[in-house]
Design a binder for this molecule. Structure first.
Ligand SMILES: Nc1ncnc2c1ncn2[C@@H]1O[C@H](COP(=O)(O)OP(=O)(O)OP(=O)(O)O)[C@@H](O)[C@H]1O
Ligand SMILES: Nc1ncnc2c1ncn2[C@@H]1O[C@H](COP(=O)(O)OP(=O)(O)OP(=O)(O)O)[C@@H](O)[C@H]1O
Ligand SMILES: [Mg+2]
Ligand SMILES: [Mg+2]
Lengths: 259, 259
C-alpha cells in the first residue's frame, strides 16, 4: 500500500517542485512505482515534464469538478521512466484557478477520496504543494500519511518551519490522526556561502533525527529541469544534484526497509 | 506625492522581499523617503529588520482590525537609514493569519484607505506581497499605482509572468484604472549557469522596455540579510548585490526625472 507524502513549505522557491520531480524519478528508477500529483495552480510540476493542459484532457481540476475515475487523470511521464506517473493540475486560467480553490474549499476531503482510489497501485505518492498553508495545502495535509519539508539552506527559509509544524499539528488534531513527519530536507546548500555550515547545524540542532542525512547542493543543472522537461537523472546523471537525489532515494528506501 | 508600488510574483523565492528591503534602502540612501509595507503573513520583511511582533504593538494587522491612525503602525528601521520606515505585518500565529485573511476578504479597499492616509509623506512606498495572486496581493493591486515583478533568472519563474500580467489587467479593468507596470527585474542571475544569457534574452524579448537594465546577480551576501537584520548596503557596500541594487535605485530615479 502506497505512502502518501505532501511536500510542503509556506516559503517560496525552496525546492518543493524540484524535489517532487527529482526524488520521484530517482525512487521510480529503483524499482518502485511513484505517482506525482500537482496541487500548485502555477502548474510547476506539469511544466517540468512539458505537459500542456491541451495534451491532457483530464487532470486534478476535472477530477475534482466532474468526479470521473481518477485513473483517467493519470499519465505516464516518459517511456524511459516506466514506473513514474503524473496527475497534472491542468489549470489554464485565473477563472479555473478560482474554481479549483472553490471546489477544495467546499469539500476539503474530496482530494482524499480521489487519491484513496489509486493509492494501492503505487509505493509512493508525492503531492507538490504551492507556497501557502491554506488550501490546497490544507487538503493535502488532511489526505496524506506524512509531510516532507524542503528547507533552503538560508536564513530566510529556516524561520518559516515553525508555521508548517503548527499547521500540521492542527490538521493532525482535527482531521488526520495518522499525520506524521516524513522528513526535513536541506536544499540549495551553496559551498560558496559562508553561512552554509552554520545553517545546517542550526537545522539539525532544532529538528534532529527528522532531518535527512542527504543534503541537496545548489546545482545550476537542477534549474534546467523545466527547460529540459525531464528529471535531472535523465540528462545529467553525474551532476551533483542528480547524485544527491539518488542518495536521498536510497536513504529513504533503506529507512523504509528498517535498515 | 508618493508612488505606491506592489512587489508581486506568484512564483516563490524570486526575490520579492529582498528587493523590497534592498531597493527600499538604496532609494532612501539617495535622499528620498521610503516606506516598506509587509503584506506577507510569513513576516519575511519584519524578519529582515529583526522586528519581532512583541516590539511593535501596532502593525498592519492592528490597523486593519482596530482602525487606529496608520502613523501608529509605522516605525523607523534604523538611525543609520533615517529616511526608511516600515509598517510590519505583525502576525504571530495561524489564528491571526486567518483573521488577517478574513479582514482583507471582507473589505479589499481597506488597505487602500490606510495607505492613502500616509502616502503624501513618502516618495516611494513598496508593498511586499506573498507568493500568491489572491488576497493580500489582490488588495495590494487595488491600492497601488504600479507593480514590480522580480523574475528569477531561471526557466521555472519565467513561466509564471503571464499570470501576473493577466491578474493585473483584471484589477485594472474592475478596480484600479491607474494601475501600470513599474518594471520587471531580473534577479539571481548566476554567471555559473549556462542558461543565464538565454533566459535574459527571452525575458527582454518578451517584456521589452518594461525590463530594468540593471540585473541583480546571485550573491550569497544578499542571503545574509535576515541574519544581519539590515539591508546589504549597511554591511557589505562593495558586494555585487549591493552595487546592483544601488545601480537599480539610480536607474529608477533617473527614469523618474525623465532623464
Ligand atoms: N538544488 C538546487 N540547485 C539549484 N537550483 C535549484 C535547486 N533546486 C531547485 N532549484 C531551482 O530553484 C528554483 C526554485 O525551485 P522550485 O521551483 O522547485 O521551488 P518551489 O519551492 O517549488 O517554488 P514555489 O514556492 O514557487 O512552488 C527553480 O528555478 C529550480 O529550478
Ligand atoms: N540576488 C540574490 N542572490 C542570492 N540570494 C538571494 C538573492 N536575492 C534573494 N536571495 C535569497 O534567496 C531567498 C529567496 O529570496 P526572497 O525571500 O527575497 O524571495 P521572495 O520572492 O520574497 O520569497 P517568497 O515567495 O517566499 O516571499 C532568500 O533566502 C534570499 O535571501
Ligand atoms: Mg513549486
Ligand atoms: Mg517574500
Amino acid at each position: 500500500m502506497g505512502q502518501l507524502i505532501a511536500i510542503v513549505s509556506q516559503k517560496g522557491g525552496v525546492g518543493k517542485t524540484s524535489t517532487a520531480v527529482n526524488l520521484g524519478a530517482c525512487i521510480s528508477a529503483i524499482k518502485r512505482r511513484v505517482l506525482l500529483v500537482g496541487l500548485d495552480p502555477q502548474c510547476g510540476l506539469d511544466k517540468c515534464f512539458g505537459i500542456e493542459p491541451s495534451q491532457t484532457p483530464i487532470g486534478l481540476l476535472e477530477l475534482l469538478r466532474d468526479g470521473v475515475s481518477p485513473a483517467k487523470g493519470i499519465y505516464q511521464v516518459s517511456p524511459r521512466l516506466p514506473r513514474l506517473d503524473i496527475m497534472p493540475t491542468n489549470i489554464r486560467s485565473s477563472a479555473e484557478e478560482a474554481l479549483y480553490a472553490d471546489l477544495l474549499q467546499r469539500d476539503p476531503q474530496k482530494l482524499n477520496r480521489i487519491i484513496d482510489q489509486v493509492k494501492s497501485q503505487y509505493d509512493f505518492i508525492f503531492l507538490d504543494c504551492p507556497p501557502r498553508l491554506d488550501n490546497p495545502t490544507y487538503s493535502a495535509l488532511i489526505a496524506c500519511d506524512s509531510y516532507l519539508v524542503p528547507i533552503q539552506c538560508e536564513y530566510a527559509s529556516m524561520a518559516t518551519v515553525g508555521r508548517v509544524l503548527r499547521s500540521a499539528l492542527e490538521v493532525k488534531r482535527l482531521h488526520n490522526t495518522k499525520l506524521g513527519i516524513f522528513g526535513f530536507l536541506v536544499t540549495m546548500a551553496d559551498k560558496r556561502a559562508g553561512f552554509t555550515v552554520k545553517v545546517v547545524q542550526e537545522i539539525r540542532g532544532y529538528l534532529r533525527e527528522h532531518v535527512f542525512k542527504t543534503i541537496i547542493p545548489r546545482d545550476p543543472r537542477l534549474a534546467e529541469v523545466p527547460s529540459k522537461q525531464q528529471p535531472v537523472i535523465a540528462y545529467e546523471l553525474q551532476s551533483p544534484g542528480a547524485k544527491a537525489y539518488i542518495q536521498l532515494a536510497r536513504e529513504i528506501l533503506s529507512r523504509e526497509a528498517g535498515v
